[in-house]
Ligand binder design. Structure first.
Ligand code: ATP
Length: 293
């Protein structure tokens, strides 16, 4: 069982500000961290740390950021495809982190845009029926749709986390098996009749909806210092929990996911905030009782 995550990888520069600036405002802030980020990379790294064979299909640039990203990824059990840089500059994100623990993010997708559908499809060549393809919202709706279409024709299970939301994404729903959205995304882009729908509600918890069955799974209480990557941690650990037990996404998968996300929100940064492989192994072998304090 392999998971292919097609998406973006960025250098995340996080600044602390008192509050997220309104239109026209000028505010003071200070640099807080420099880290690997991007929803594609976050989810792939976490899946691989859970022990899942994971391939990240994401573009890195030919600049110093790209070199740094590729070096950092060598410390992770994930395989990056393509291994060579694109001719574009690497993608970067500017994260504004406010005193109340919330954030606002500006992401550049120049490198991600330079990955064309033929290249993406080529990197799926070794995928087998039953493997997973995970996509987020950083490719154009046309490219996202085309890759899901290719995945379905190869018998893959498709997972969509349409963040950031783009209007054209609604066409993808008929090709999606598992959808993970936060409460705002659920309103902006109401998911179609997917087999498994998970709607996250921040510090409250998450709903699991499968046909007529709706189950609420409360969040693990945490002292939140930085919520960046909470959703990515949740999605990756939820999938890994289900895959490692050979089954469907269930309430235990959501419990494991919320325990892992609670660790992420309790630490600053992106990659440096994520649970380690050791923490994830301890958490995933429990039956949902808290393995970590
Ligand atoms: P982000 O964009 O910040 O990465 P998201 O908007 O995609 O996240 P959320 O619904 O905010 O997703 O959070 C996903 C999950 O993370 C929640 O279901 C919950 O389990 C956990 N989580 C988020 N915020 C908190 C918090 N303050 N305390 C504990 N758990 C949290």
């Amino acid at each position: 069982m392999r998971v292919y995550v097609a998406g973006n990888i960025t250098v995340d520069e996080t600044w602390s500000v008192t509050d997220i600036p309104a239109k026209g405002a000028s505010v003071h802030g200070y640099p807080r961290s420099l880290d690997i980020g991007g929803k594609g990379a976050n989810q792939a790294i976490l899946l691989s740390r859970c022990g899942i064979e994971t391939y990240l299909i994401a573009a890195t640039g030919h600049d110093s950021n790209g070199k740094w990203i590729r070096q950092q990824l060598m410390n992770e059990p994930v395989t990056l495809l393509p291994t060579q840089p694109m001719t574009a500059l690497s993608d970067t994100s500017l994260i504004l982190h406010s005193a109340d623990g919330d954030n606002a993010i500006i992401t550049r997708t120049t490198a991600a845009d330079s990955l064309d559908i033929n290249t993406l499809t080529r990197h799926l060549a070794r995928a087998r029926p039953g493997d997973l393809l995970v996509q987020q919202g950083n490719f154009s709706p046309e490219k996202t749709y085309a890759l899901f279409n290719e995945a379905k024709s190869r018998g893959l299970i498709t997972v969509f986390n349409p963040s950031p939301v783009q209007a054209g994404f609604s066409a993808c729903w008929p090709l999606v098996d598992i959808a993970v959205v936060n409460q705002h995304e659920a309103q902006q882009l109401p998911p179609g009749a997917v087999h498994t729908l998970v709607v996250t509600h921040g510090s409250a918890g998450a709903w699991l909806i499968q046909g007529d069955r709706r189950t609420f799974s409360p969040a693990q209480p945490a002292h939140a210092v930085d919520t960046t990557g909470a959703g990515d941690t949740f999605l990756a650990v939820m999938l890994a929990s289900a895959l490692l037990r050979g089954g469907d996404v269930d309430t235990l998968a959501l419990t494991h996911a919320s325990q892992a996300a609670a660790l992420t929100v309790s630490r600053p940064g992106t990659l440096q905030a994520f649970p380690t492989a050791e923490e994830l192994a301890a958490l995933l072998q429990t039956g949902g009782e808290s393995a970590l304090t």
